[in-house]
Write a protein that binds this ligand. Structure first.
Ligand SMILES: Nc1ncnc2c1ncn2[C@@H]1O[C@H](COP(=O)(O)OP(=O)(O)O)[C@@H](O)[C@H]1O
Ligand SMILES: [Mg+2]
Length: 371
């Protein structure tokens, strides 16, 4: 039996869908070395309203990214061309998720990834050496240890570069020649040192606008990428749906069989949406917290509350517990943020409790847990 793993990579999590789409995809136009056509990649990420017919078998393709369909289409087309794709935006807007889904669908591999940090070096991007082999036999392809960029070029697959702006600018710039000439030189190997990229190679970068930022990226590097800004979900109903989908998947993987509570998802989706926008549906002007109010955060607040109910409680989402986990998620950046949340409860939540009652009233009554 296969070992369970905590978070299977996208190509494994969705292997049935991907296999079905390969059958469905017969006859569609496809860039060289892509496993799926742009049409099928789009379908994989955006899902289909009806099950697709894959050789007589009907397979449902789940919608994975909710939001801007045109953005997804443009991303796919960019990757078929000769520029890299740079996804920029606030944390928690599904940049990483999109980059994983695109790589899984196009190359069948989402793990060929550089994680950008302040300590990322060129070795971690291009290649390094197995020193035992290097000393024994001198420089050779066998002694060279390929890093994700090398692997992507050699195999003709996508290389992901997460949080690219966290790496020092001069290290980022080592991508420039590779992205323009599609060739990587390892001078140590002499005449054999030129690696020409195979078709199918490209780079997907992600960058958070809260980090040091794309401003510091060199303009030479910027020109090698098409930039796509991923916006936070703009619609409460959609955000609620994402919360329910994501928590549903987390709970299923953890063997938690407690039914999902739509009202709790609605409270959280509304709270996160309104605090992010700085205005409530009733027209109260709200102070935006400095902490990131992303959908991903809302998912984690919901899931924490759910686990508390599952392991300690009676399986019902408790409003007091929800508020406590909300505090845990928001009280990170500054003390002022808690005041802003209290302000939200004493205006917007109060009004919704008066108007709608029910879950909003329980939520409002739990405001004493905001400490
Ligand atoms: N538009 C969206 N559609 C689907 N899921 C979303 C969306 N926005 C956020 N999410 C959820 O938020 C999670 C966090 O996204 P992630 O890719 O880590 O964000 P980022 O890399 O932008 O910081 C996703 O895995 C997904 O569960
Ligand atoms: Mg990310």
């Amino acid at each position: 039996m296969e070992h369970a793993i905590l978070r299977p990579q996208a190509e494994r999590r969705y292997q049935e869908e991907l296999a079905a789409l390969r059958v469905w995809d017969q006859g569609n136009r496809k860039p060289e070395n892509w496993l799926l056509s742009p049409k099928a990649v789009r379908l994989f990420i955006l899902g289909s309203s009806q099950p697709v017919d894959c050789g007589g078998q009907a397979v449902t393709i789940r919608k994975k990214y909710l939001g801007n369909d045109a953005l997804v289409e443009r991303c796919i087309i960019t990757l078929a061309g000769n520029r890299g794709l740079m996804l920029v935006g606030e944390p928690g807007t599904a940049k990483t998720m999109l980059s994983e889904l695109l790589s899984a669908a196009i190359s069948g591999c989402s793990t060929n990834t550089v994680q950008g940090t302040a300590g990322t070096t060129e070795d971690m991007i291009k290649y390094s050496w197995n020193y035992a082999l290097l000393l024994a036999n001198g420089p050779s392809r066998q002694a060279l240890v390929p890093a994700p960029l090398y692997v992507g070029m050699e195999k003709g697959i996508l290389t992901r570069f997460e949080e690219i702006t966290r790496t020092p600018a001069e290290v980022q710039d080592s991508l420039i020649s590779v992205l323009s000439d599609k060739v990587l030189n390892s001078p140590e190997l002499g005449d054999d040192g030129l690696l020409f990229a195979r078709p199918g190679f490209n780079v997907i970068g992600t960058a958070n606008t809260r980090d040091k930022g794309v401003n510091e990226m060199s303009s030479a590097l910027k020109r090698r990428f098409n930039f796509e800004t991923v916006q936070p979900v703009g619609d409460v109903a959609l955000e609620k749906q994402i919360i329910l989908n994501e928590v549903g998947a987390l709970a299923a993987a953890a063997g938690i069989t407690q039914p999902l509570d739509e009202e709790a998802a609605e409270l959280l989706a509304t709270t996160y949406h309104e605090l992010r926008e700085g205005v409530s549906a009733e027209g109260h002007r709200l102070e935006r917290p400095a902490a990131v109010m992303s959908t991903a955060e809302a998912v984690s607040v919901y899931y924490q509350t759910m686990m508390t109910a599952w392991y300690y409680g009676d399986g019902r989402m408790d409003a007091g517990c929800l508020v406590e986990h909300l505090v845990g998620a928001v009280a990170k950046e500054s003390d002022e943020d808690m005041g802003k949340i209290e302000g939200y409860f004493s205006t917007a939540v109060r009004d919704k409790a008066r108007r709608e009652g029910g879950a909003w009233t329980r939520y409002y009554e739990a405001r004493s847990r905001l400490k």
